[in-house]
Design a protein around this ligand. Structure first.
Ligand code: NAD
Length: 249
C-alpha cells in the first residue's frame, strides 16, 4: 500500500492515474474528490493523521501550500508543521520510504544570474544548450521565497529521518508540472517535467531498495534545461525521456 498525501491536487491525480494499476494507492487530503480513494484528513493536525500510515509501505508526500510566492503565515502550517507530522506519523507506523515533493524553488535565486536569466526569459542568442552549467544537488540552496525555504526544511527533515530512523527518503525538486502537460510560458521550455517522466521517476523510487537518501531534480530532458539529471542516473539508473521543445512552434 502506498499513501499519497495531497492526492486531490494536480500531481496527486497524475500519479494516481499512472500508478494505480501497479500499486495499491490510498490518499489523504483536505479536499474531497469523488473519483479518488481519499480520506479527508488535515496534515496540520498530528492526531488526525497519526494512524493514517499503519501497514503502509511508502508515502508520497505532496500535500502542501504549493504557491511559490506564498506568505509565511500560509506556508508554515501545511509545509512545515504538516510535513513534520507526515514524517513522524510515517516513522511511527513503520513506513519504509518517503518520496517528498520538494521544489526547484529551493535553488530559485540562481535564475537571477546568467545564463539562467537569459534562458528563463527566452533570450537564447549567444547560448549553446550543450554549454549550460547544470545546477545540481551539491550546490548551496538559494530559495527564492518562504515556499522554497519550506522545501529546504522538508529535505533536511528527510535527511534526519533517513539517517536516524533508516527510512529511505527521496526528495524530488520538481520542475514545472502543468495540468495539460505542455509549457505555457517561455521559462517552462526549460523547466517542464512531463507527466510520463514524473510517473516513471516516482515508480523508480518506489521500486528502489538501495538508496538511503537522495535529492534529485525532476525535470524532463528539455533542450534548455539547467538542472542536473546525471545524479538520478547514477543513483537510480533512470533518465527523463521527454523534451518540451517538441511544443515550440
Ligand atoms: N506543480 C508543480 O509544478 C510543482 C512544482 C514543484 C513542486 N511541487 C510540489 O508538489 C506537490 C503537489 O503539487 P500540486 O501542483 O499537485 O499542488 P496542488 O495545490 O494542486 O495540490 C496540493 C494538495 O495538497 C492538499 N493540501 C493542502 N494542505 C493540506 C493539508 N493541511 N492537509 C491535507 N492536504 C492538504 C490540497 O488540498 C491539494 O489537493 C506540492 O508539495 C508542491 O509544492 C509542485
Amino acid at each position: 500500500m502506498v499513501v499519497i498525501t495531497g492526492l486531490s491536487g494536480n500531481i496527486g491525480r497524475i500519479l494516481y492515474g499512472g500508478l494505480k494499476d501497479k500499486w495499491d494507492i490510498a490518499g489523504i487530503d483536505i479536499k474531497e474528490s469523488r473519483e479518488l480513494p481519499i480520506r479527508i484528513l488535515d496534515i496540520i493536525d498530528y492526531n488526525s493523521i497519526a494512524n493514517a500510515f499503519e501497514g503502509v509501505y511508502g508515502v508520497i508526500h505532496l500535500a502542501a501550500n504549493a504557491n511559490a510566492g506564498g506568505d509565511w503565515k500560509k506556508i508554515v502550517g501545511p509545509n512545515i508543521i504538516g510535513t513534520q507530522n507526515v514524517f513522524r506519523a510515517s516513522q511511527e507506523s513503520g513506513v519504509k520510504k518517503i518520496i517528498f515533493a520538494s521544489s526547484n524553488h529551493v535553488t530559485g535565486l540562481y535564475e537571477k544570474e546568467e545564463p539562467y536569466r537569459s534562458i528563463v526569459t527566452g533570450q537564447y542568442k549567444d547560448l549553446n544548450p550543450a554549454d549550460i552549467p547544470q545546477i545540481d544537488h551539491t550546490m548551496p540552496v538559494r530559495p527564492d521565497g518562504y515556499y522554497g525555504v519550506s522545501k529546504v526544511f522538508g529535505e533536511t527533515l528527510g535527511r534526519y529521518y533517513s539517517e536516524e530512523f533508516g527510512i529511505q527518503v527521496f526528495c524530488i525538486r520538481i520542475g514545472t508540472v502543468s495540468r495539460n502537460d505542455r509549457p505555457f510560458d517561455v521559462r517552462q521550455y526549460a523547466t517542464l517535467f512531463m507527466h510520463a517522466d514524473l510517473i516513471k521517476l516516482v515508480e523508480t523510487c518506489l521500486e528502489n531498495e538501495t538508496v538511503k537518501f537522495g535529492i534529485f531534480y525532476g525535470v524532463s530532458s528539455n533542450t534548455w534545461k539547467f538542472w542536473d539529471t546525471g545524479h538520478i542516473k547514477d543513483c537510480l539508473g533512470w533518465q527523463p525521456e521527454e523534451n518540451a521543445e517538441k511544443f515550440r512552434s
